[in-house]
Design a protein around this ligand. Structure first.
Ligand code: NAP
Ligand code: ZN
Length: 373
């Protein structure tokens, strides 16, 4: 076995309670006017927005806020943020929220720095500058705070992601306290996203010794802490609740570090259609396909399940874990047309070539039937 690998993450990460207040001086030099990008409510409700404005004031950095980014951000909302940023002469961006505002901020950073570029051109990757990017996650799932990916919704209602080294955030402040009031349903779906990143990264044909170490830790943290938050939140002390949240935030970051090197594999591609056409949130939409993909990989490449089995022991036990979280509730039954249409989309995705098991179109359609038939 070879330990050879390459590893690249240029993001300066601060992790822990009050990490923004304790390290805000690192923001100086990024620019003179920040474009803060968030969703409609949570950035203010969780305290992150007030904190960032306070430290920007201390540094004499001006800011403007765009707080209308929706879940699964569309091309048109990204375009609106770009216009708002250009009108206000913003010279760096701060994404506060879940993956949606952070991914929008990454796209906006590229489009403002390259004002003649069209949004569709993001996916050609033909650019090499972006405004500086700061990420402040308020969910614990996507790991977007440490990845070079941004996922947007196209006018055809398809999820499209682009990647570039210039959209790795320059700085990420990961403070678990922002996630303390995340409702149970969002806690589950975002943790399922982080769990998928970690398990998919370990399954990926691009996994390395380093990503396996991160994945193993992230899987263990989620397996131990997510059920506590979901089932016994009311009996946990404030400190215990914080520790569970801290574990999920750390797992989310580690999962992001894993996919920043390996990318995701097939369950992500399966899940994209379930989100855009059936409104199922990203983490749940993805993880429901993971047991089938694991079973297929177990038959062809059993060694790729080593990291997964360190925590979950078997795919059946993992299935039980997911069942208890309620992720299989409300899965829609797909029509014949959707089955074919979705399977064709997945078959064309880049995820196929990095998933073990020489996946065919027939495999894809049979997995869709197994889960949504
Ligand atoms: P999200 O779509 O950003 O937000 C989901 C919901 O959570 C929103 O209603 C949001 O409210 C709310 N919310 C956020 N923080 C909260 C808090 N602290 N308390 C209460 N509610 C809160 O969710 P997400 O799962 O983090 O991101 C999903 C997106 O990320 C998808 O588009 C997915 O494709 C993408 N993604 C990207 C990567 C990457 O590497 N770039 C990886 C995986 C997934 P507000 O609208 O009020 O903020
Ligand atoms: Zn994901």
């Amino acid at each position: 076995m070879s330990y050879a690998f390459s590893y690249f993450i240029p993001t300066r990460v601060f992790f822990g309670r009050d990490c923004l207040n304790n390290n805000y001086a690192t923001l100086s030099g990024l620019g003179e006017k920040a474009l803060i990008i968030s969703g409609r409510k949570s950035a203010k409700a969780c305290g992150a927005y007030d904190e960032i404005v306070e430290v920007l004031n201390k540094l004499n950095i001006e800011s403007v806020l765009y707080d209308q980014v929706e879940e699964n951000p569309s091309f048109s909302s990204v375009q609106k943020v770009v216009e708002f940023g250009l009108e206000n002469d913003a010279d760096f961006v701060i994404g506060i929220g879940g993956g949606s505002p952070i991914d929008a901020a990454k796209a906006v950073a590229v489009l403002i720095a390259n004002p003649f570029m069209k949004i569709e051109e993001l996916f050609d990757g033909d650019f090499d500058i972006a405004l500086p990017i700061v990420a402040i996650p308020t969910t614990s799932g996507t790991g977007s705070e440490v990845t070079e990916f941004s996922v947007l919704n196209s006018p055809e209602n398809r999820k499209k992601s682009f990647k570039s080294d210039v959209i790795f955030p320059d700085i990420s402040f990961i403070d678990p306290k922002y996630t303390l009031d995340l409702p149970t349903e969002l806690t589950i779906t975002t943790a399922c996203d982080a769990l998928s990143h970690s398990i998919e990264g370990s399954l990926s044909l691009k996994s390395t010794i380093l990503t396996d170490l991160y994945a193993a830790k992230a899987i263990e943290l989620i397996k131990e802490n997510l059920p506590k938050l979901v089932n016994s939140s009311l009996v946990l002390s404030e400190e215990e609740r914080y520790e569970c949240r801290q574990a999920l935030s750390l797992a989310s970051m580690l999962g992001g570090m894993v996919i920043s090197q390996t990318g995701t594999v097939l369950p992500h591609s399966f899940g994209y259609n379930m989100t855009t056409f059936y409104g199922i949130r990203h983490g749940v939409a993805t993880i429901i396909f993971l047991p089938s993909v694991l079973r297929k990989a177990e038959r062809t490449n059993p060694e790729k399940l080593r990291v997964f089995k360190e925590s979950f022991k078997s795919v059946d036990k993992f299935d039980d874990f997911l069942e208890k979280l309620g992720v299989y509730k409300n899965i829609p039954k797909l029509s014949e047309k959707d089955l074919v249409d979705f399977s064709q989309f997945v078959a064309k995705s880049m995820h196929v070539s990095v998933t073990p098991g020489n996946i065919t179109y027939e495999d894809i359609i049979s997995i869709y039937k197994e889960v949504c038939g």
